[in-house]
Design a protein around this ligand. Structure first.
Ligand SMILES: [Zn+2]
Length: 506
C-alpha cells in the first residue's frame, strides 16, 4: 500500500479501479495497418506503425510507473540502464529510444513495452549473480521489443479478452452487481491476468526472444550461455516454491513471470543459444562481471519496502501511516500499491485493506454515502482499539457474502473488507475475517520506529562456512538455508566456496 494520501474524489473508490493493466489494454485497443517486422523483414498484418507503437508504449510506461513505482537508487538505475543501452545499440532496432528501469517490486519479474521501455524488478536483481545474467534478462526483453512481440501479443489479448476486467476485491464488493467478482478478484490477487498480458508471450515468442537476447549478448562481449543460466535461476524459483508449498501444505504457485513457458533443459533453447556463438569481443571475464554486479546490488531492499508497508508473520505494518493489521495465520498476504490483501489457503476467502479517502461525518455516514447498501443492510457503529469504526455485514441471500468495515485513523478513512467465495466458505472463515478486521490498530512509537526493510548484504565466505550456518541468524525463517542457496545460485544442494562473495539478507 502506498503511503500517499489520495485527494478525496467523491465516488472515486466506487468505480472499478482502472488498474495499470486495464489502462494498458485500453491503450492498445487501436491496432491498425500492417508493417515490416524489424527482425524477420516480413510483413505482419496485426502491427501498428512504429510511430504508433512508440506512442502507445510511452502512454503505457507512465501507467507502469504508477502501478509499480521506480526504485529510488540512482546509481543502480544508471548501472542497469548502461548495461541495457549497450545491448540495445547492438540490437535490430538501435534507433529506438530505450529506457531501462528498476521498479520497486519484490516480485521476480522483467517485462517490456512496445517501443523500448524495459523493466526489471529489484526482486529479480536480488536473485541474479552476475552482470552477464542481468544482460541476459535485458537482452531477452529487448528481443521482445525488436521482434515487436508486445504489439502482436496485445492484439491477441484484445481479441480474446475484449475488455479484461482486472477488478480488485474491494471493487467487487462495492459493485456486487458486476458478476463473477470473486473469481476476478482472485485472479487479480494472484497477478495471473497481469503477467499473462505483460509477459505471457507464448512459447514461440519466448524462444525468439531468447535467440535474439543471446545474439545481443554475444555482440556486446557477454557469454550467450548466460541466457541459459538465467532461465535456470528462474526455474529454481519454481522448484523452491514447490518445496516450500509442500512444507506449508499448499498448492505451489504457478509461475507466470518472465520465461515461464520453457524449461531450462529444452534442446531448442540450447540450439538457439548455441547459434549465437561466442562473444564477438570477449571481455575476458569468465565470471560475467560477478563482483561488479554484486557491488551494485549491495544494500538493495529485499521483500517489502518500508514506504509500501512491511509484512512480517502475516501482520502488515505501515510506518508512515502508523497502523497495523493482522491477517489470518497461514493466509497468503499480497501487498500491492492500491490494496493489501490476504487469501485463504484454500483460495475461497479474502481479506483486503485499502485507503478510503478523508473522513466525512462518522464512519457509518461514510459507509452509507459511499457503499451501495441494500435496504436490509445494517450498519453498526463501534469503537475498536480506540478507533471509530462502522461495520456492515451483508451475508444473507448473497452468493458471495462479505463484511465491510470503515475505520478512521489519523485523518484518514480505511476500508477493510472480508469476503467468501460461497456462503459455506464465508461461514467457515467468518471468525478469521472478523478477527482480521478487528485487528486494525495504531502503532506505538517504538513499534513504528522498529519497522525497517530487509536488505541484501554481500559477505565473503570464510573457510568451512555452510548455508546451514548462515541460515541460523537469517531473518528468512524456516526455509532460510535453501533460500540463501537460491539467492546465490547454489540451489538445491551447493555450498559456498572459501573466499566467495555471497549474498545474505539482513
Ligand atoms: Zn519473455
Amino acid at each position: 500500500m502506498s503511503g500517499q494520501k489520495r485527494p478525496d474524489r467523491p465516488g472515486a473508490d466506487m468505480a472499478l479501479p482502472a488498474s495499470g493493466l486495464n489502462l494498458l489494454l485500453g491503450t492498445v485497443l487501436l491496432l491498425t495497418g500492417c508493417a515490416i517486422n524489424p527482425v524477420t523483414g516480413g510483413r505482419d498484418f496485426t502491427l501498428m506503425s512504429e510511430a504508433e507503437e512508440i506512442d502507445k508504449g510511452r502512454q503505457a510506461a507512465s501507467d507502469i510507473l504508477k502501478e509499480y513505482g521506480r526504485y529510488d537508487l540512482p546509481p543502480l538505475q544508471a548501472y542497469v540502464d548502461a548495461v541495457g543501452q549497450r545491448l540495445a545499440r547492438e540490437s535490430h532496432r538501435p534507433q529506438l529510444d530505450y529506457h531501462f528501469t528498476v521498479v520497486d517490486s519484490p516480485q521476480v519479474n522483467a517485462f517490456a513495452l512496445p517501443g523500448g521501455h524495459v523493466y526489471v524488478t529489484r526482486g529479480m536483481l536480488a536473485y541474479l549473480n552476475s552482470e552477464a545474467e542481468l544482460a541476459a534478462v535485458l537482452g531477452h526483453e529487448i528481443g521482445h521489443v525488436t521482434a515487436r512481440h508486445g504489439v502482436r501479443q496485445y492484439s491477441a489479448a484484445v481479441a480474446t479478452q475484449a475488455v479484461a476486467t482486472v477488478g480488485s476485491l474491494a471493487a467487487s464488493i462495492l459493485m456486487p452487481q458486476a458478476g463473477g467478482q470473486l473469481a476476478q478478484g482472485l485472479q487479480s490477487f494472484l497477478g495471473l491476468t497481469g503477467n499473462a498480458l505483460l509477459s505471457g508471450y507464448g512459447r514461440g515468442h519466448e524462444l525468439e526472444a531468447d535467440r535474439l537476447g543471446a545474439e545481443y549478448l554475444a555482440r556486446t562481449g557477454y557469454d550467450p550461455q548466460a541466457m541459459i543460466q538465467v532461465i535456470g535461476v528462474l526455474k529454481n524459483q519454481e522448484l523452491f516454491d514447490v518445496e516450500i508449498a509442500r512444507q506449508e501444505g499448499r498448492e505451489p504457485r504457478r509461475y507466470h513471470g518472465i520465461f515461464a513457458t520453457h524449461p531450462d533443459n529444452d534442446t531448442r533453447l540450447q540450439e538457439v543459444v548455441g547459434e549465437a556463438g561466442r562473444p564477438v569481443r570477449p571481455s575476458g571475464r569468465a565470471d560475467g562481471r560477478r563482483t561488479e554486479f554484486l557491488q551494485q546490488i549491495e544494500g538493495i531492499v529485499f521483500g517489502d519496502s518500508v514506504a509500501h508497508g512491511v509484512v512480517r508473520g502475516n501482520t502488515f505494518r505501515h510506518r508512515e501511516m502508523g497502523f497495523a493489521v493482522s491477517f489470518p495465520p497461514g493466509w497468503r498476504v499480497r501487498n500491492r500499491p492500491d490494496e493489501v490483501a490476504a487469501l485463504s489457503p484454500e483460495g475461497d476467502a479474502l481479506v483486503a485493506l485499502r485507503l478510503f479517502g478523508e473522513p466525512r461525518g462518522s464512519p457509518a455516514d461514510l459507509i452509507r454515502a459511499r457503499l451501495r447498501l441494500a435496504p436490509s443492510d445494517r450498519v453498526v457503529s463501534m469503537t475498536r482499539n480506540g478507533l471509530p469504526m462502522a461495520l456492515v455485514t451483508a451475508s444473507v441471500q448473497n452468493r458471495e457474502p462479505y463484511m465491510v468495515a470503515v475505520i478512521y485513523h489519523d485523518d484518514q478513512a480505511f476500508l477493510l473488507a472480508g469476503k467468501g467465495a460461497s456462503p459455506a466458505a464465508y461461514d467457515r472463515h467468518r471468525d478469521a475475517l472478523a478477527d482480521s478486521i478487528g485487528s486494525f490498530r495504531t502503532l506505538a512509537d517504538a513499534e513504528r520506529a522498529a519497522i525497517r526493510p530487509l536488505t541484501i548484504k554481500i559477505i565473503t565466505a570464510a573457510g568451512g562456512v555452510r548455508y546451514a550456518d548462515l541460515a541460523r541468524d537469517s531473518p528468512l525463517g524456516a526455509s532460510a538455508e535453501n533460500h540463501l542457496r537460491l539467492l546465490n545460485g547454489h540451489y538445491p544442494d551447493g555450498e559456498p566456496m572459501i573466499g566467495q562473495r555471497l549474498k545474505i539478507v539482513e
